[in-house]
Design a protein around this ligand. Structure first.
Ligand code: OGA
Ligand code: MN
Length: 231
């Protein structure tokens, strides 16, 4: 994957997370998301971090309908099914995946992509033309990485199809600072600015897929990802 940069972590993660007290423990404490009436979708290592970086991450639940999800799958499945999942590249940032890029979409899907771009990117921002489609096997996962600053700009946005999942952000130079984002099936996430440049992001593997202490079973998951270009 040319778009990705693997980031080695000096602190063994398992040990590290065990020593953390998860925060917040309830919606009422969450600060950032407590003001909305929506579900709790972002938790972090401190209230301060949730406040500071929480403004640069967004999860919009039910961004697409079941019908729209089916339209996207109908368009994407035939091409994806021709490929095999790749598991064996130990140095890859992604394990258990197949992927494609798409520039031209059918009318129904084009409308969905346009809606994604209109909420995620400032008008007038130059976009990466091809949409990245990443199909993770049930056993697949994405290791911590930062998308290439050479090829991608300040904003990354993605639709999640077929499965709920947990995206974890960890501050690159301070791994005690982290945010977990719950990405329900059919939600849209947006990473901007510091959240995109200063934090690694990853999608947890099924065995580790917990959000705020709650298990989030991982099925096969397809992400439809739009990016802008570097300034
Ligand atoms: C990527 C990535 C996240 C996702 O492909 O760089 O981080 O939602 N994908 O699949
Ligand atoms: Mn990425």
């Amino acid at each position: 994957m040319t778009l990705l940069l693997n980031v080695a972590k000096s602190v063994p993660k398992a040990a590290f997370y065990k020593s953390l007290v998860r925060y917040p423990s309830s919606l009422a404490d969450s600060g950032l998301k407590a003001e909305g009436e929506g579900p709790l979708v972002i938790v972090g290592s401190s209230r301060d971090l949730v406040h500071r970086v929480g403004t640069q991450v967004e999860v919009r639940t039910d961004f697409i309908t079941e019908h729209e999800e089916a339209e996207l799958l109908r368009e994407l499945e035939p091409g994806l099914k021709k490929k095999r999942y790749e598991f064996d590249h130990w140095d890859d940032a992604i394990h258990g995946y197949r992927e494609t890029e798409r520039v031209m979409w059918g009318a129904a899907c084009q409308t969905i992509i346009a809606r994604v771009r209109s909420v995620a990117f400032a008008s007038g921002s130059s976009l990466l033309g091809p949409v990245h489609v990443l199909d993770l096997d049930k056993a697949g996962y994405i290791k911590p990485h930062i998308d290439s600053v050479k090829f991608c700009g300040s904003t990354i946005t993605g639709l999640s199809l077929l499965s709920d999942s947990v995206m974890r952000l960890v501050k690159n130079d301070a791994p005690s600072e982290w945010l977990d984002m719950l990405l329900p099936r059919r939600s849209l996430y947006i990473l901007r600015d510091r959240a995109r440049y200063d934090f690694t992001h990853e999608i947890l593997k099924d065995e580790e897929s917990l959000f705020n202490g709650q298990r989030v079973p991982r099925q096969r998951r397809i992400a439809v990802i739009c990016r802008n270009l570097p300034a």
